[in-house]
Write a protein that binds this ligand. Sequence first.
Ligand SMILES: Nc1ncnc2c1ncn2[C@@H]1O[C@H](COP(=O)(O)OP(=O)(O)OP(=O)(O)O)[C@@H](O)[C@H]1O
Ligand SMILES: N[C@@H](CCO)C(=O)O
Length: 331
Amino acid sequence: MRLRAAHVRVRVPATSANLGPGFDALGLALGLHDDLEVRALGSAGVRVDVEGEGAGEVPTDEQHLVVRALRAALDHVGAPQTGLHLVCRNRIPHGRGLGSSAAAVVAGVLAARGLVGDPDVLGDDDALALATELEGHPDNAAPALLGGFTLAWAGERDGGVRAVRLPVHPDVVPVAVVPQQHLSTRAARGVLPAHVPHADAAWQAARAGLLVEALGRRPDLLLDATGDRLHQGYRRSVMPESLALVDALRARGVAAVVSGAGPTVLALARRAAAADGTAGSAAGGRAGEPDGPATDADAAVADAFGGVMAGWRVLRLPVDADGATVRTLLD
Ligand SMILES: Nc1ncnc2c1ncn2[C@@H]1O[C@H](COP(=O)(O)OP(=O)(O)OP(=O)(O)O)[C@@H](O)[C@H]1O
Ligand SMILES: N[C@@H](CCO)C(=O)O
């Protein structure tokens, strides 16, 4: 096995996992992306340049998550290691529940796919298995890789990770309400109990099934379909403001959930019937950030803030239908 390409460009979407009832299983790709450029160098070693999210915070050596995933993928397929120069242009906030770590892992795996340049190597199944192994759970990795709304599970016979894409109704607009506060997934998983009541598991199973129907064909059912009893309540102590916002939005009829391991709140809103063309967002997203169409949740989001959540950003994002992409550059 040899490397057939020396310069590749990768784009990976943000993702929101769980979506309420689908803990560690359901996920949605969002129109907010990290871009990565990788050059294989003749010399050994690694150089990492980071712009945007994570700049000055993430390691810029062999410990960088994209580098670790890329090297793991090269080893996995028996390709040679190489010197690397990475340029990371990051837009996905870190430690906020928008799948930044899965995006970094998937970016590294797809960069390896591009460098190897063999269509039979590191296909989607293999890439998902490897990304899941590195990330620990598949619910962000699957939509980051495949795009859209995904369901991931462990196969009955071999335990291997599988994923399918499910339809999303075109009226659905995900609205991410993103705090400044970081929370690591590790910390948010640390407060979960080892066991949950059987009645809660049964209650949740109905909602997880309903969510597939609601997101695909019946957005009017999204409020019922996004209920959760298996993780969000247990996490209240480590993200009280997020859960207060979820409660306030749900009380106003908005299908709000904790995005991934939080603390971002995700509302699965609907495109407003008569879009008023209003740009901007309830709490003022930053210049240059994506800002989708007006939704039926905008007034509730503005109202639920109550003036106490300064610094939170509201991002109306499209669903990303493409998933991760890799291109080989000739130079
Ligand atoms: N683009 C990146 N480059 C390098 N390291 C990254 C990158 N993105 C994330 N990381 C690492 O992953 C950490 C965040 O991962 P974590 O799983 O805690 O949160 P998340 O992935 O943003 O949220 P969630 O898993 O709940 O969606 C960062 O603090 C950083 O160490
Ligand atoms: N299912 C995961 C998503 C975060 O990566 C969790 O909630 O811990």
